[in-house]
Design a protein. Structure first.
Length: 117
């Protein structure tokens, strides 16, 4: 039988405690304009190229935050990205590792990654 499930990730959900605060923070670090039409009840759909990111305040609890990265944001320039995050006051968890990636936390404590593609 051929599977009807596509081998494509549609979106990943990130638990956030304050939807508008998280929306603003992610918009800054991703260089995006805040779009009110992407705010739907307890969700904010982050406009991404490729796999989607959805900020979700309904699934938030301290137990639900990512303790390890479930995905990574891409960059073409890992050193500039690291410095940018540092300049933004983001909590950096690692240095640039193997010249390709580093981990950081969002304001809710979700551990995320930026990786050179």
């Amino acid at each position: 039988m051929i599977s009807p499930i596509l081998n494509k990730v549609g979106a990943t959900f990130i638990p956030v405690s304050n939807l508008k605060k998280a929306r603003d923070w992610y918009s800054i670090i991703l260089g995006l304009e805040v779009r009110e039409e992407y705010l739907i009840d307890h969700l904010y759909i982050v406009p991404m190229d490729g796999t989607g990111v959805v900020l979700d305040s309904q699934i938030y609890s301290k137990e639900n935050v990512y303790r390890v990265p479930a995905f990574h944001f891409n960059t073409n320039d890992i050193k500039t990205s690291y410095q940018f995050m540092k300049d933004q006051g983001v909590e950096l968890l690692t240095e640039i590792e193997n010249g390709h990636w580093f981990n950081f936390k969002d304001p809710d404590g979700n551990v995320l990654m930026i990786c050179k593609c």
